[in-house]
Design a binder for this molecule. Structure first.
Ligand code: OGA
Ligand code: MN
Length: 289
C-alpha cells in the first residue's frame, strides 16, 4: 500500500499513521508495518476516519482475536464486540461508562489474562477537553536505577478490581457482578513484551493494591513511587481528540488515563467512543490471589 507514513507524536511515545483509510482495503504489508510501529511507539493514531462498527471490528481482527467482553450493559446493542465509552444517558440514567478510566490504569490487569491492546474510536467529542493521556511503561522501567530494577524485577503484585473509586457512582447491581466475576489476581510486576522482548511495568492506580506477600501498607510507597515515576509528564503523550480519531494502544507497554477535563454538567458536551479489544495470550502467568 502506498503513502503510509509514520510520524512520531511525542518524545516519550506515540506515532500517527498517515495515509491509511481503515474503511478501505489494507494489504498485509501495511498491517505488518503498523504492527511494527505499535511495538516501537506503543500507541498509533489514525485521524479523519469514517468507520462503521463492522469496519472497526474487521480492522481490529487483522491484528488478532478479539477479547470477549462480559460487561453486558456497557456494550454496543448490535455489536457486543464493541465497548461503548459514552456520557450519553442510557434509558434516562447517567451512563455507567461516563467516567471510564479516570485513574491511571492498564486495561484488564485485574484478570488472569490482560488484553493485548485496544482501538478506541471517537465519534463525538466535547469542543474542549475530554483528553486521554498515555504513559510509556517500557521507558518507565528502563529509566529506573539498576538497583531498583534488580529489586523489583521478580516481584509479583495483586490487582483487585473492587478498589476502583468510581464504582460507588455506578449501578450497584452491575458493579457487584463485575466485582464477583473478577476476584483479585496476582501478576508479575514486570512483564516482558512478546514481540520486542522489552520489559515494562504492569500497574494500575488503586487496583494494584499490594505486592504479593506484603501488606497493603508496606507495598503502597513502592507502588505509588512507580506510578509517579511512570507518569512524569516527560514520559507521557496527551491526546486531544477530534471526532474521527482512532487510537490503537499496546496495553502491554502503556498505562492510560482519562482525566475528565471537560464540563460534564453541560449536557451539550457529548463524548461518545467505541472501543474494540484484542484478547491477551493465555500463557501470561497469572494466578488467583
Ligand atoms: C478505555 C479507557 C479512556 C478514555 O476505554 O479503556 O480507559 O479516554 N478509556 O475514554
Ligand atoms: Mn482503559
Amino acid at each position: 500500500m502506498s503513502g503510509l507514513a509514520v510520524r512520531r507524536l511525542s518524545g516519550a511515545l506515540g506515532a500517527e499513521i498517515q495515509g491509511v483509510d481503515i474503511a478501505g482495503d489494507i494489504d498485509n504489508i501495511a498491517i505488518a508495518t503498523m504492527r511494527n510501529a505499535l511495538s516501537e511507539h506503543c500507541i498509533l493514531l489514525f485521524r479523519d476516519q469514517k468507520i462503521t462498527p463492522a469496519q472497526h471490528i474487521a480492522f481490529t481482527e487483522r491484528f488478532g482475536p478479539l477479547q470477549e467482553l462480559t460487561l453486558g450493559s456497557y456494550l454496543h446493542a448490535d455489536h457486543p464486540e464493541i465497548f461503548v465509552v459514552s456520557n450519553k444517558p442510557v434509558a434516562g440514567k447517567p451512563s455507567d461508562t461516563r467516567n471510564t478510566g479516570r485513574h491511571w490504569h492498564t486495561d484488564m490487569c485485574y484478570t488472569p489474562h490482560p488484553c493485548r491492546g485496544s482501538l478506541l474510536y471517537a465519534l463525538e467529542v466535547p469542543p474542549v477537553g475530554g483528553d486521554t493521556v498515555f504513559a510509556n511503561m517500557q521507558r518507565a522501567f528502563d529509566t529506573l536505577s539498576d538497583g531498583m530494577r534488580a529489586m523489583i524485577e521478580n516481584l509479583r503484585a495483586v490487582h483487585d478490581l473492587s478498589r476502583v473509586p468510581d464504582f460507588k457512582n455506578r449501578d450497584p447491581e452491575a458493579t457487584r457482578k463485575i466485582v464477583a466475576d473478577n476476584p483479585p489476581v496476582e501478576q508479575p510486576l514486570v512483564w516482558v513484551h512478546p514481540d520486542s522482548g522489552r520489559k515494562s511495568l504492569l500497574l494500575s492506580e488503586h487496583i494494584t493494591c499490594r505486592l504479593a506477600g506484603m501488606s497493603d501498607e508496606e507495598s503502597k510507597p513502592l507502588i505509588d513511587y512507580l506510578i509517579a515515576h511512570a507518569t512524569r509528564i516527560k514520559n507521557t503523550y496527551r491526546h486531544q481528540w477530534r471526532a474521527g480519531d482512532l487510537i490503537f494502544w499496546d496495553n502491554r507497554s502503556v498505562m492510560h488515563c482519562a482525566p475528565g477535563d471537560y464540563d460534564m454538567s453541560d449536557t451539550a458536551n457529548r463524548r461518545h467512543m467505541h472501543r474494540t479489544t484484542l484478547a491477551g495470550p493465555k500463557d501470561l502467568l497469572g494466578t488467583t490471589a
